[in-house]
Design a protein around this ligand. Structure first.
Ligand code: SAH
Length: 479
């Protein structure tokens, strides 16, 4: 079966839905949304349809189907649960040259209702010609993920300025170039940044400009999450699929990088040369250079760009140099590792607050001490801490934190090689040494860390059975 794709303007046209169940209701709703003059016929109606009829939104035909219901109809949808009746409605509709759709029966239908991705006024419709609607739905889900929600606003804006765009670019090739700019350039970015006024202004200015707009480079600071590709946000995925250049950190997993646009240039700026990372200034300059060449640059960082990621410095630098920049948050290591280790970061009985800390930097242990003194019911999530366990544990104990306080280290959190180790402040260092835990690893200190012993559900748990791990709460209650 080969179908002719068609988007129909049914506004104000009489259309009929036969059936009183939930399917009929859904079809009637879609037709109402499209502005059709909807008639619904059945012996009994869903309460919602009754309300519509009473409110005059749709017209009701009460009773068994009669051929006269088809008079004057442009379309009919047969949505009864009686196959023979559906077939007879379709046959009579055909005789009257009225297009008929029989729900879930491709062979009896003159027209099919596609699966739809709605970014009105942009609509993507998918059909498998009835061959495998379930696959059509899968494709719809994939498109839902990649199509930015701001596209609707972009298309609406283009529609609003259509006459001027055609007037300004009578040549079709030039016009196509302008639409490319509209999609790839600052206008869509501004819409994504929830600045419709500025987007409209950028479009107007481009139309008034003597020269057609060239593509202006921009940067997105994107959080790649903790490594598991499923923990990437939809927006991060879209950015990866639109990037010309990707500057990525050491913590970004190959699985995440594999989701990028095939011909994007991927540059590793997290590589350690002789034990030292590529200098931050070098990364700054690279971002700037690529953006100035008109490229879409994605600066891809592990976890969240604004949590121990120096994202703030990068944003300030780009702003200072006049580069358009947006930020896509990512799931930070503390949140991801805790979840994958079965550790609730806050808990009604054990932890009322959460502190994200880093052990990196020369005064880190002191700062840490200042932060935590007087907060026994606070969970500490410590980044970059595995190399400093001894100093950290000593400092916390000397500041009054109980040596029996439970601790967990999550190494390679969310990755297939994840290991979780549970210990106490007193045993932390020796245990970590024994299991040879390495970076990247996140340290969680506080009563809640003990939950990992019972609830870690991913990867390996390397606690020694029977080893003292502090109080293990029996049941996890409301978190
Ligand atoms: N911006 C990142 C943090 C970068 S600092 C974020 O928001 O997560 C680097 C530190 O993060 C590592 O030393 C480690 O402590 C932690 N980290 C990042 N990814 C991790 C992972 N998958 N497992 C465990 N720790 C991780």
């Amino acid at each position: 079966m080969k179908l002719y794709p068609l988007f129909a303007d049914v506004s104000g046209l009489p259309v009929l839905v036969v059936g009183g169940g939930s399917v009929a209701l859904r079809k009637a709703k879609a037709l109402l949304d499209a502005g059709a003059d909807v008639w619904v016929g059945a012996p009994r109606f869903e309460p919602e349809v009754v309300a519509w009829i009473e409110a005059g939104k749709v017209q009701g035909r009460h009773g068994e189907f009669e051929p006269a219901w088809l008079d004057g109809m442009w379309l009919v949808i047969a949505a009864t649960d009686d196959r023979a009746l559906n077939a007879s409605i379709a046959a009579q509709a055909k005789e009257r040259r009225t297009f008929a759709n029989v729900v879930d029966d491709a062979a009896l239908s003159q027209f099919h209702v596609p699966a739809v991705v709605d970014r009105a006024p942009l609509t993507v419709a998918i059909s498998t010609a009835g061959a495998a609607p379930a696959i059509g739905r899968r494709i719809r889900e994939q498109l839902e993920r990649v199509l930015d929600h701001s596209l609707g606003a972009l298309v609406a804006l283009a529609q609003q300025h259509r006459a001027r765009i055609v007037g300004r670019f009578p040549d079709t090739a030039a016009r196509r170039g302008f639409y490319d700019w509209l999609h790839d350039g600052p206008v869509l970015s501004l819409l994504r940044q929830a600045k419709p006024g500025q987007a409209g202004q950028a479009l107007q200015e481009a139309l008034e400009d003597e020269r057609p707009p060239g593509s202006k480079g921009s940067v997105a600071l994107v959080g790649a999450g903790p490594g598991h590709p499923g923990l990437l946000t939809l927006q991060a995925l879209r950015e990866l699929q639109q990037a010309d250049v990707i500057l990525y950190d050491q913590l970004v997993s190959p699985e995440v990088l594999a989701m990028a646009r095939r011909d994007a240039e991927c540059i590793d700026v997290g590589k350690r040369c002789g034990g030292r990372q590529v200098a931050q200034e070098h990364t700054h300059r690279l971002m700037l250079a690529h953006a100035r060449e008109g490229r879409r640059v994605v600066r891809l960082k592990g976890g969240d760009p604004f949590v121990f990621g120096r994202g703030g410095e990068e944003l300030a630098y780009l702003r200072r140099h006049g580069v358009d920049c947006d930020v896509v948050p990512g799931i930070t290591a503390a949140v991801a590792c805790a979840a994958f280790a079965g550790i609730p970061l806050t808990h009604r009985d054990h932890a009322q607050s959460l502190c994200l800390l880093t052990a990196h930097g020369k005064d880190a242990a002191d700062t840490l001490g200042d932060q935590v003194s007087g907060h026994p019911r606070q969970t500490l999530a410590i980044y970059m801490g595995v190399e400093k366990l001894e100093a950290l544990a000593t400092e916390l104990i000397s500041r009054g934190r109980d040596a029996a306080t439970p601790c967990a280290i999550i190494e390679n959190g969310t990755l297939p090689r994840q290991r979780v180790m549970v210990a106490t402040l007193a045993t932390l260092t020796s245990q970590a040494r024994r299991h040879a835990l390495k970076t990247p690893a996140l340290l969680i200190i506080g009563e809640v860390a003990a939950f990992a012993r019972q609830h870690a559900w991913y990867g390996e748990l390397v606690d020694d059975a029977g080893h003292e791990v502090g109080t293990v709460p029996v049941e996890m209650e409301a978190v």
